[in-house]
Ligand binder design. Sequence first.
Ligand SMILES: Nc1ncnc2c1ncn2[C@@H]1O[C@H](COP(=O)(O)OP(=O)(O)O)[C@@H](O)[C@H]1O
Ligand SMILES: [Mg+2]
Length: 914
Amino acid sequence: MVVGRLTELDRVDAFLERVERHDGQALVIRGAAGIGKTVLLQRLLERSGPNVTALRVTGVETESELPFVGLSDLLTPVLEHRATLPAPQAAALAAAVALGPPAPGDRLAVCVAALAVLRAAAATRPVLVAVDDLHWLDAASRECVLYVARRAGGSLAVALAVRDPCGGWLEQARLPELTLGPLDRDDSVELLDRAFPDLAPSVAAEVCEAAAGNPLALVELAASLTPDQRRGMTDIELPIAPAGRLQEAFASRINELEASARRALLVLAAYDGDELPPVSAACVSVGTDVSHLADAEAHGLVRLAPGRISFSHPIVRGAAYHAAPPAERRRIHAALAGVLDGDRRVWHLAAATVGTNESVAAELEALAGRAAARRGYAAAAAALQRAAALSRGADVVAQRLLAAAQAAASAGDPDRALTLLEGVAEGGPRSERRRAQHLRGRMLIWRGRGTEGIEVLVREADDVKRDDRALGSAMLADAAIGAATINAHLQAEELARKALALLDNGEADAVRAAVLTMAGWVLVVRGKAAEARPILGTAAQLTRGLDPLGPDWPWLHLLLRARIGLGDFEPVQLESTALCERAREAAALGVLSGALLVAADVAFRLGDWEAAEQRTAEAIRTAGETGQPSLHGLALTTRSRLLAARGMEDESRAAALDALEIAEREQITAGLRHVHAALGFLALSAGRVEDAIAELEVVERLVRGRGIEEPTNVPWLPDMVEAYARAGRHEDARRALAMLAPQAASSDSPVAGAAMARCRGILETGFDQAFAEALALDDLRPMPFERARTLLALGRRLHRARRRSEARDRLREALAGFERLGATAWARQARDELRAAGGRRRQSADGLALTPQERRVAAAVRRGASNREIASELFLTPKTIEFHLRQIYRKLGVHSRPQLVAALSRPSADDQLR
Ligand SMILES: Nc1ncnc2c1ncn2[C@@H]1O[C@H](COP(=O)(O)OP(=O)(O)O)[C@@H](O)[C@H]1O
Ligand SMILES: [Mg+2]
């Protein structure tokens, strides 16, 4: 019986109703220990009817960290759906839940596979995933559950109960929450009255006072009174409840038990499960018997069920465990190790050990290897850390701590890696210390502490390079990338050159490829394309023989991105889409987000805007999930540009501002340039030239003196020339042109040359020649958007020179180009200029044909689907669907949805939808 909580119960009912309507959500129930989270979750499960498949698991506080145990328990009932997954995903999941051999790939492969299994199960009837005490689930399972929760929807609903306060991981997931506060006075009294009808009102008042609205405290404090006290015959002194004091209240109740019952209770507390047989066996070996737990049950501390036994509340477990002296706890862990096998045995063995013990440490190390093979990197880090603590000899300790730090880095936890590395710095052999410093430098850069990271790497490289040139070179290349993240590109070049000088041809391909890629990238940004080209060419060759999905390739997308700067769009397009496919198939999301970003960027440049739209959306999602803030920001700014050209101003700005927030939060100075350049392009697209100038001047300030000389990746200077010219500030426009000129000259592709020629055409008196050059260069590049911009700029100049008929021809051509792309914002500019030049719009059949995406949207509308449904079908946002609909309305000359449906139902419409 639930007392009070009316609004909360309404929320639970609404949640369930939506589950049954196949409109599931995620919900986090949070609050202090004992506040009533489990009660609500329980209620949710009881009320979910027979039409819902309920899957549940509860986290348990333990000494051990076993990867994916929680997930295996949760998914067991639906694992048969594994058969429907692509092979690599099925293998990843089988490995995680220990049903199959280890499989390579990144840790998110398991998340993707878990989600796919749940969705497959939900295809027949709604699935409700319920996780209680999520904070105690093993880290790998918790990550998976949050991944799934963020994607709840349709027939998949997720309810989680989490104790407050918990770490930042919950905030990051940004899920809908239901926070439980204290019960009010009346409800507290009613709850007491139901549980203890004999409680005197004056005593009840005192208990309410002490419990401060915490239901567990109410029940517990009242239960700890003697019958006389309950009836108000004897004075009482109650501890003030919540949190810590509540544990003490339980401890005193545990102390009332006989020694043998207490010991049996400790065995149960030390064991990380609720099955009776192992508890029973361990009890025997420490001279007690599990039957004594009946005593504990009588005291309301545990609940017995056939074959199972559990604590009445998780707090009791903590109280029972911590009430025992450490030596006694170790004895119990040793007994449990004696009756268990596998990884659990090893953890109990470790918990039973004091001081150092090489054989246990070695077992933990082996366990860590198994965990890592299942992608349980957090568990591997925990096991290695414990192994280090049990190791003798500075060398071994250092080795294990370094391995633990590497595992923590793989688990995406740079802060933990940094803490572990502190231990290595102190002792240990030189080679470990060096590798530790290398990792430390990388982690510092990862955490946005670029300056510190560079300092560590440079100092260490200086020391290392005499006897290990390869390591020295790799350290300097990492330092160069670090310098690029803080916009120190002159320093980046210097470091990259030093890295190149140390590299000799005898090194392993992987090392050489990494160093060459990073150095090549830095040179491209410095505007030294001709020098970078052969370096990147060699790097590309070296990567050919390597596994592109291996864990050492977080820089792979850099190789592709650098080649965008060289203008190699088509080969980069081919390679990046091929890489996307491989990465997606294997669910290697880390690699996937980098490849997607590149593929989206070239698709935008090459005029395949539908592909750009889908890829930016997917890149944003995966980069966010894999915790790659710099990629995440880049994906957002790329999308911002696309949406700006399409005239979706609000969405474009929102994407840029999200990227800004990431750049500021993660201290990625380089990201600011991308954001302001995108905002400048947005303003220019919308025809707000003064705003464009303001944003682009921010970019200019960010870039000044920083050594960024690359004109293609972030094309802000051509925009700036245009914005100044349109504002009538020709002097400033020429200043911007003077900055662009040397960059275009040293760039190794016609891309920057064409932009430069267009800018000259905008400014110079004899503009025909410059525009002719621009168009000739544009012809070498399949960049339809750039070409249409050149035509628009030319049309504007012709118009101003009163060559109206020529102007109209060029403007019509520009308009058709923008319309083909769906570059609404720019089409509007062309149309306005055309009208001003006296042109009527010529109906071009080409411009009015629906794009493939618009055809898909139109077909769905005809079927009667809502925007929301279409959005989820096509993996787009409802906003984007609205945008497509506006285009469709315009092209078909209709003004409402019913008109559209009518138009589409005409037999002649079939052509349009084909
Ligand atoms: N609204 C309520 N009405 C009746 N009993 C409650 C209520 N909320 C909590 N309790 C009782 O209080 C105790 C603690 O609740 P629980 O849900 O286990 O807390 P949590 O999961 O937040 O730690 C349980 O014995 C539970 O039955
Ligand atoms: Mg609970």
